[in-house]
Design a protein around this ligand. Sequence first.
Ligand code: NAD
Length: 411
Amino acid sequence: MISFLEAAEAHLHRTAELLNLEPEMVEFLSKPMRVSEFRIPLRMDNEEVKIFTAYRVVHNDALGPSRDGTRIMPNLTLDEVKALAMIMTVKHAVAGLPAGGGKGGIVADPAQLSRHELEQLCRGFIRRLSPKGAWVDVPGADIGTSGQTQAWMLDEYEQIMGFHSPAAINDKPAIVGGSLGGEEATGRGVFYIAVEASKSKALNPQSCRVVIQGFGTVGKNAAKLLHNEGFKITAVGDIYGAISDSVGLDIPKLVNHVERTGSVVDFPRAKALSNQELLETGCEILIPAAVENVINEENASRVKAKIIIEAANGPLTPSADDTLLDKGVTIIPDIVANEGGIIVCQFERTQGLYDMYWDLATIRKHLKERILKAYEDTVNTASEIRVSLREAAWVNGLNKVCEAVRMRGWV
Ligand code: NAD
């Protein structure tokens, strides 16, 4: 299987062909503009000193200050961070956000650290990260980070600078200058797109069976909103297993069950399924909202959904993509479908810079407008130049980046 970085590069080269990009532009965009690798020495609770490796990659900042997540995970690699930074450049552009693509992380297992050690690691990351700040590079949260880690990072930045600067760090809690609606944003964006996509296929919610893999932040929020709208969520799964109910699962009760037991498994009166069966269950909409590569060359031909909405990052391998497109399945790619979070991060930044904070209704209204605009632009480009939605999204995103690069006279 090709690596995450190779897959991102393949998308870039395919888009370069579609846009007929000049070779210098392709060379410039193939590699990040800036790569930092640095060490964070940390005195552990037992007085031992451990040295952690950290990365921050800025792929391209022609459209604005680079932004996006910080992963803290034991098997993090620089190649993975480079791939994610490249994808962030395109994602921000697809959503029409004035932001460049950045990504960072620390090679560490947060589960093995005490709260005090994790705090010191996050503070160490910010102390040694350079350059940084609201107008340069803004770290957000990702795997292994949370509102709490972002609050520590913000505090460290403000202590160093000697002034408040809420727009310097993203995904922080509202009480320290974060935005309302951040937690639900990605699931809510997936919901808005599911509603539009079902309309485009003349499906009404009552006759639309939805299957969701992953019942965490994204999957659960999408499920709750779809259920409220009248969609039938007929099967869901998590890392422990999956369940189905052909008349539709009672999602509020399932949310309570998951809060009590930690999993969807053993939900009363539901049928148990394996995770593989879940993805192959007959449905109109399939939402993979867990991990990457779950639909691959092995199982793609057995997937029965009419529409797949990629809520997770990279849930379909390139060969699965080809198989499903040949079968006539509509695939709404991750770089459009899961943009809700980065859109609300833009609102977080705007609110921080203005020092004026919006209510939830305002955030939801603007989120809906933004994500549906990105979706509509993607659909229009796909039909104009006769490519898949994924290719269309890359074309729209990369086109904006290239325009900014040329306008700045870089290439
Ligand atoms: P989460 O950790 O809150 O939930 C993940 C869910 O997936 C859990 O229910 C977990 O049990 C399940 N899961 C994990 N491994 C699995 C496996 N191998 N098979 C089946 N189920 C599995 O994560 P999340 O924040 O909901 O993110 C889900 C996906 O969406 C990830 O790919 C993430 O990168 C992507 N994403 C998240 C956001 C966001 O705002 N949280 C934004 C963009 C993209």
